[in-house]
Write a protein that binds this ligand. Structure first.
Ligand SMILES: Cc1cc2nc3c(=O)[nH]c(=O)nc-3n(C[C@H](O)[C@H](O)[C@H](O)COP(=O)(O)OP(=O)(O)OC[C@H]3O[C@@H](n4cnc5c(N)ncnc54)[C@H](O)[C@@H]3O)c2cc1C
Length: 345
């Protein structure tokens, strides 16, 4: 079968790779449009989220698929993109520390959460008076390296169109393919083939900061409170992110810079230099579940989107699931099927 994939963020990349491994041929188009989420993301895979430290949706199923997918890509592309790195969680209040300890005691949480006596690699760099937890089965995926290397490989093979595809063009091009699959990220909210999708996109910003060379160079663990510090090598750290549900442009803003820096100052007792400030838009949906499947309006138009703030952990599993559906007719999980938003009969 032949597919055209519109959009090469993490979703389009993983779907193209998975479809090809199952024997399909795929042409990819990407217009490098502003607001791309994958190139701004830290690529962190974190098993627990939110203030109550609850395990993420189906994490135990998604994590092994993510690990094997990214490791296979590492071998195929000759790059390093998968790094398993624990997260040191700063616990600021007795209530937080109690909630944490209660979770640690639950059998389901034993493999992922533990108490810690100190800040580990971050000792001496954080403010006093915190208690500490450690999150295991956490990882970081280098989205930027993956996307750039994958794109170059596709360009070299003549399988990449460096252009923005309009919906009219996609319709014309669909004559030459068995299906067109839209992986447009947040821009999918304007896609006329999926008009009833309840988008709730969220702009997010992050800072790149540099810690003192002698203190930052040895750190491989992530540090998290309200914001997360993610080591990127050479004492450089990704620090973020913020959430804005309403926004009028795609640019980094002073307000979010101040928010991130205030939270950094609450955590860190160490000087840093601000290197960069970046912004992107998360393709989030109201029910926080992916949007996958076929359009009601056009039999060749499909969507693979809605990965919100968790593209790194969700996209590998759902790419395999969707490929099995497209190529072998296996049923699509109703929780992610775009048909859940079809018009009532
Ligand atoms: C600040 C921030 C931090 C984040 N941190 C994490 C994290 O730590 N871990 C994690 O898992 N997720 C994180 N995320 C979320 C993550 O970025 C998303 O889940 C994921 O990247 C979405 O990927 P995507 O491919 O669907 O969309 P995108 O990455 O936005 O890609 C869409 C692509 O489609 C292209 N495109 C759109 N329309 C067209 C068209 N008509 N023609 C051609 N090309 C088109 C665009 O150019 C773009 O390249 C974060 C997001 C933000 C903003």
């Amino acid at each position: 079968m032949r597919f055209l994939i519109v959009g090469q963020g993490i979703a389009g990349t993983l779907l193209a790779w998975t479809l090809r491994r199952s024997g399909a041929s795929v042409l990819i188009a990407d217009g490098a449009l502003p607001g791309n989420s994958s190139l701004v993301a830290a690529g962190v895979i974190n098993p627990v989220t939110g203030k109550r430290f609850v395990k993420s949706w189906r994490f135990d199923e998604f994590f092994p698929v993510a690990r094997s997918t990214y490791r296979s890509l590492e071998i195929e592309l000759g790059i390093r993109i998968w790094m398993e790195q624990p997260i040191i969680r700063l616990l600021a209040t007795p209530e937080e520390a109690n909630d944490w300890s209660a979770r640690c005691a639950l059998p389901d949480y034993v493999p992922v959460l533990a108490n810690a006596d100190d800040a580990g690699e971050w000792a001496g760099l954080v403010r006093p008076n915190f208690q500490f937890g450690v999150i295991r089965q956490a990882a970081r995926v280098d989205f930027s390296n993956l996307l750039t290397t994958f794109r170059k490989k596709n360009e070299d093979a003549g399988l990449f169109l460096a252009k923005s595809v309009t919906y009219k063009e996609a319709e014309r091009m669909s004559d030459n393919f068995d299906g067109v699959i839209f992986c447009e990220g947040w821009r999918g909210r304007d896609n006329p083939y999926f008009p009833r999708s309840p988008w709730q996109v969220a702009k997010g910003e992050a800072l790149m900061i540099r810690l003192d060379e002698t203190r930052g160079a040895h750190i491989n663990h992530l540090l998290k409170k309200t914001v997360t510090l993610v080591p990127m090598g050479s004492s450089l750290f990704w620090a973020g992110g913020s959430y804005q549900w309403h926004f009028s442009d795609l640019l980094p803003s002073e307000r979010e810079r101040a928010f991130i820096q205030k939270n950094l100052d609450d955590m860190l007792d160490a000087p840093y230099t601000l290197i960069d400030h970046i912004a992107g838009v998360r393709p989030a949906v109201k029910d926080r579940r992916p949007l996958i499947g076929k359009s009601d309006a056009h039999p060749k138009m499909h969507i693979f989107n809605g990965f919100g703030s968790k593209g790194g952990s969700l996209a590998p599993f759902w790419a395999a699931h969707f490929a099995a559906h497209l190529l072998r007719g296996e049923p699509l999980d109703a929780t992610v099927d775009i048909k859940r938003f079809s018009a009532p009969l």
